[in-house]
Each structure stands twice: as structure tokens, then as C-alpha cells.
Design a protein around this ligand. Structure first.
Ligand SMILES: *Cc1c(COP(=O)(O)O)cnc(C)c1O
Length: 418
């Protein structure tokens, strides 16, 4: 469910016509629906009712402060992957006790920052990281709560770039050696071993890999607890997929139901780290047609947004729906929708049947809320675009468009070149 719909052939976000937003904000522009975000968060979180749990929004999918604040007000925590994300989360007043920190390459300064901030838990991913974290915590006279991130070796059957729980992936600690890591960590003075975590991949469209991973983790927890180590938290990561095109991912109710069933009665607190399932269909990227051109082979629609604004099609060959903001009634064309960047990989769709649009007309790239703005860059010296949140019949700027001055901020010409 989302709140992007047509009234009289014009695209609306909630009660606001998209062209009205664009008249004020210009293009390209990300638009998010507040009602959709809140509903997605509640649907997901409520699906786990009946079991002690904490929903930690995976903020790498979208780290805008307004969005983090929204989920914080809903009682959510966040899953962070860097010191920068911790800074954003604290700015948005996410409770430190609801922050979990994942990632294979946490740096010393970031470990210090997170320890001083008293976050809930570090999901540690290697033996060396365990040692490093203990050292840093000792120096600060603190105790770090940790969960060991397990690589359960299950196939999420998703795009290889977003598969993270296979033996060959860089993530986590191999499940076969995990119990000895628990023993080692439990013997370290400045660590408090309190959890198990895993995250097997993204855009999963079946529940079975999640259940398989959970089954393996349950067994491992038993083995570990037999050695006298108490596990309080079970972090199952994120990864639930969404419909971009024709995928039929399980509803959060079904996902939660399968997990609850496999888990049975337990005194563990479950942590979930959803990103895409909450954000993906809650946002669109609106772009303007600049030119159209046809060669013998192809028709190109050149728009003002580009791969630096939304990288997913270029990076993963992902599908995004392309919709006219005003239905023209002119019929369709089969075209490549491309951006202005000097790369052949700069496209949003190829060989796609879309409504015939003329220069100056607006197009919406759908399902762009997750891994859209957060993956954007300044490539080709393009200022990053603005972001808007719609609530009911009003809209709010939640990030202004960057200026040319922003592009060169921090750069210096040394004296010898003056
Ligand atoms: C990226 C990531 C998530 C979120 O994944 P989604 O597919 O967006 O739900 C959760 N946990 C970790 C550790 C991640 O790296």
C-alpha cells in the first residue's frame, strides 16, 4: 500500500498534486509520503506483536533526519553502519539504547563515538574487530555490548551484490567457528556478550531463507548457552523485499508469522532491521524530460535526473516503474530513459514501453524511497537533489537542493598553484 495515485490523470502524493510540488521545488526531486512511511513502519512493527522486539530501521536505505525522526517518534530504533550514521541518528533524537551498529569495517574513532554514546549493541563481524572493540572499551573504561554477526551460509536467492549470508560473502563470522568466538569474547573484560545477529541479504521474496537462517541460529544459541553464556538478543537483520515490478514478496504479517512460528516461546528479544520494505515504495523521484531523440535502432528519452541521483538501475540493473506525472493520452513509445551523465550505464530503464512524453513534461521514477537519495553522489559535478515529505494536503522541504557552492565546499587551491 502506498499513497501515490492518479486523480483526473494527474499524479498525487497523498492529497497534493505532484506538479504543485515541482512548481515550487523544481526537478529532479525526491518525494516521500508521510502516511505511507508511518503505515509501513506500523504494519511491520505490529506484525511482531506478542513477542518482545525492537524494530531498528536500517538507515542506510534512507538517512534523512526527518525520516529518522518519524520512526523515532513511532518508538523505533536504527541500524547504523558508520559514525556518520550515528551522528545523524542522534541528531534525529533516536534513543541511543535503540541503536545497533553493523558493518565489517568499523573504525576506531567510530567505535569510540558509539561507546561514548552508549548504543545498545555492536554487531561484530570478525575476530580482529572483537579484540579491537575490547581494547577501545578498556581505554574508555566502558563495557561494550556485543552480538556476534553470524554468517549462516544460506542462499537468499537475490541479486549477488545484495546477498550477504553466503560463505563466500565478506559478512559475519562463519557459523562453524562462531561458538569458539563466543567463548573468546566472553573472556574479555570490556565486552558484554549479549546477542546473536545475522543479515542474509536484501530484496528477498521468500520467507524460507529467513526461516533457514533462524533455525541454524537457534541451534547455535543452544550450543553457546550450554557453555554458560547468556544470549538476550536475537537480531535477524533486514532484507524483506518489495514489489518493484512483478515480484510477490511475503507480506510483513507472513514474514513475522513464519519467524514467530520457528522461534516458538522464547525469552529472547528480537531485533529486526528493515530498510527497503519500509522506505522503498514510500518515495518517488520526479524528473523532467529534456529531449527525445530517435536513431534507427532506438528511441531515447533524456531526463534531468541521472545515475548520480538514483544508482540502482546502473548498479544492479534494477527495475523501477516509470510513470507520467500527467497522463498525456498520446499513446506509448518503447524507449531508453537516460540521464545527462557521460556514461552509457546512466539509465533508468531500457527498451521500456512508456507513455509518450514531450520535453518539459514530468516523469516519476517509482519505488525510489530506499537506496535512492542515500546512494546519490555529485558525479559530473551535479548538485544533489532536494527531498520533500508530503503529509496530507501539505508538503515540507526536508532537504534543500545543493548549490554550486556546496560542490566545492572544503576544496582548496594550494599556494604553489596560486
Ligand atoms: C542493508 C542492511 C539492512 C537492511 O536491508 P533491507 O534489505 O533494506 O531491509 C539490515 N541490516 C544490515 C546489517 C544491513 O547491512
Amino acid at each position: 500500500m502506498h499513497h501515490f495515485h492518479y486523480i483526473d490523470n494527474e499524479l498525487y502524493c497523498e492529497e497534493v498534486p505532484v506538479p504543485e510540488i515541482i512548481r515550487k521545488m523544481g526537478t529532479p526531486c525526491y518525494i516521500y509520503s508521510h502516511a505511507t512511511l508511518r503505515q509501513h513502519f506500523r504494519t511491520f512493527d505490529d506484525a511482531f506483536n506478542g513477542i518482545r522486539h525492537l524494530t531498528c530501521f536500517s538507515m542506510k536505505s534512507n538517512s534523512n533526519l526527518a525520516i529518522l525522526r518519524l520512526f523515532a517518534l513511532e518508538g523505533g530504533g536504527v541500524d547504523i553502519v558508520s559514525g556518520g550514521e550515528l551522528y545523524r541518528a542522534l541528531k534525529a533524537e533516536v534513543e541511543p539504547g535503540k541503536i545497533v551498529y553493523s558493518g565489517v569495517g568499523k573504525q576506531v574513532e567510530d567505535l569510540e563515538y558509539a561507546l561514548k554514546s552508549d548504543i545498545l549493541m555492536f554487531n561484530v563481524e570478525s575476530t580482529q574487530e572483537i579484540v579491537k572493540l575490547n581494547d577501545v572499551a578498556a581505554r574508555l573504561n566502558k563495557k561494550a555490548r556485543i552480538a556476534i554477526r553470524i554468517n549462516p551460509d544460506v542462499d537468499p536467492e537475490t541479486h549477488p551484490y545484495v546477498s550477504t549470508g553466503l560463505k563466500e560473502n565478506k559478512f559475519g563470522i562463519d557459523i562453524s567457528i562462531a561458538p569458539e568466538q563466543y567463548t573468546t569474547a566472553a573472556g574479555m573484560k570490556n565486552l558484554e556478550v549479549s546477542g546473536v545477529s545475522c543479515h542474509i541479504g536484501s530484496q528477498l521474496t521468500q520467507v524460507s531463507p529467513f526461516v533457514d537462517a533462524l533455525r541454524k541460529l537457534k541451534q547455535m544459541i543452544k550450543d553457546v548457552e550450554r557453555t554458560g553464556i547468556k544470549i538476550d538478543y536475537l537480531d535477524l537483520g533486514g532484507g524483506l523485499g518489495i514489489t518493484y515490478n512483478r515480484e510477490e514478496p511475503p507480506h510483513p504479517e507472513e514474514y513475522a508469522g513464519a519467524i514467530k512460528k520457528e522461534l516458538g516461546t522464547t525469552d529472547l528479544t528480537l531485533i529486526l532491521e528493515p530498510g527497503r520494505v519500509i522506505m522503498g515504495n514510500a518515495g518517488i523521484l520526479v524528473t523532467k524530460v529534456l529531449y527525445t531523440k530517435s536513431t534507427i535502432e532506438k528511441t531515447f528519452i533524456i531526463v534531468d535526473a541521472a545515475m548520480n541521483d538514483l544508482l540502482r538501475p546502473s548498479l544492479y540493473d534494477s527495475y523501477h516503474g516509470i510513470q507520467p506525472v500527467k497522463k498525456s493520452g498520446r499513446g506509448t513509445v518503447t524507449a531508453d530513459i537516460v540521464g545527462p551523465i557521460c556514461e552509457s550505464g546512466d539509465f533508468f530503464a531500457r527498451g521500456r514501453e512508456v507513455e509518450s512524453l514531450k520535453p518539459g513534461e514530468l516523469m516519476a521514477v517509482m519505488s525510489a524511497g530506499a537506496y535512492g537519495f542515500s546512494m546519490s553522489s555529485n558525479y559530473n559535478s551535479r548538485p544533489r537533489v532536494c527531498e520533500v515529505m508530503v503529509k496530507g494536503d501539505r508538503f515540507y522541504t526536508i532537504r534543500t537542493r545543493e548549490t554550486f557552492e556546496d560542490l566545492v565546499r572544503g576544496e582548496k587551491i594550494p599556494d604553489f598553484l596560486a
